[in-house]
Design a protein around this ligand. Structure first.
Ligand code: NCD
Length: 293
């Protein structure tokens, strides 16, 4: 049963089945390539982009997706200028916006915030990142990037490298990869390893990207140290690592990047992080189209 239905919130991918994910991949592709003609613009619908944490790609791609579909967008990304600065709770902020708009896109620093918001909201909430919890719309664009490349989500080896402890993009992605026939390797400093609740299979763990792991990898997914959550760590994807990867391997990163992925790699044909970023538009058009109709 497809759980992405009109009027429902979009909080997590963990209850989706493999079939749900594959049909989402098909759905996103119908929004790809500027395929907007299916939609009759309806200027009367208004969406709130409520961001309690910084964002470039997620907020602007939701804004662009909504605008291209004919919706109007109310952007609140400077919460210090809203009543949040007067101590208003998340619940009251959501109740307020829900009475003015048709859908709320929420990014918040607390894990579980989007779920909490969905409990008090009369309109759908889309989770645009809840602390170290999940970032399910990022996961859809990550999966879609992989799907476009390999035309499947099974029989792949995915190596996750970086801050696996605090990175919400990792937490969302690993839950879905576990539903598929995907071999997962975990590379990162010991203090930034994946929290135990996400372990569903046997993973190879290492502090460095070994030659063996690199050679067998189809997708290398790198993330930055989440310093704003207190994470400390030092690692980087090196030229030696890049030589050990196969020609068919793709290198992904949710961005923003810091020292873990230097711009020296940008001219390498295996990089897919800019494609990920642009795939975000199709994903968000799809989600808004399905949820708002
Ligand atoms: C990610 C996030 O906010 O979790 N950014 C994004 O949405 N592309 C990754 C990050 O901040 O490291």
């Amino acid at each position: 049963m497809m759980r992405l239905v009109k009027g429902n919130s979009f909080i997590s991918l963990k209850d989706y089945s493999r079939g749900d994910i594959l049909s989402v991949m098909q759905g996103i592709s119908t929004y790809d390539d500027q395929n907007l003609k299916r939609f009759i613009p309806n200027k009367k619908k208004l969406i709130a982009n409520l961001f309690y944490e910084p964002s470039t790609r997620t907020s602007s791609s939701f804004y662009a997706a909504a605008t291209y579909l004919g919706y109007e967008v109310l952007s609140i990304n400077n919460v210090q200028y809203s009543s949040v600065a007067k101590g208003e709770s998340l619940e009251d902020t959501i109740r307020t916006l829900a009475s003015y708009v048709h859908c709320i896109i929420l990014r918040h620093s607390e894990e579980g915030a989007a779920f909490l918001a969905s409990l008090v909201s009369d309109v759908p909430i889309i989770n645009a990142g809840d602390g170290i919890g999940e970032h399910p719309t990022q996961t859809l664009l990550d999966l879609y990037t992989i799907y476009k490349e390999f035309n499947r989500l099974d029989r792949l080896t995915v190596t996750l490298m970086g801050d696996l402890k605090y990175g919400r993009t990792i937490h969302s992605l690993v839950q879905v990869l576990n539903m598929f026939d995907v071999h997962i390797n975990l590379i990162g400093p010991d203090n930034l390893m994946l929290p135990s609740q996400y372990y569903k299979k046997e993973y190879i763990e290492s502090t460095v990207l070994t030659e063996n792991v690199a050679m067998s990898t189809d997708v290398l997914y790198i993330t930055r140290v989440q310093k704003e959550r207190g994470a400390v760590g030092n690692y980087a994807f090196t030229e030696k690592d890049s030589k050990n990867l196969s020609d068919k391997c793709i290198v992904m990163h949710p961005l923003p990047r810091n020292e873990e992925l230097g711009d020296w790699f940008d001219s390498d044909p295996r990089g897919r992080y800019f494609e990920q970023m642009s795939n975000g538009l199709a994903v968000r058009k799809y989600l808004l189209g399905e949820i708002l109709g």
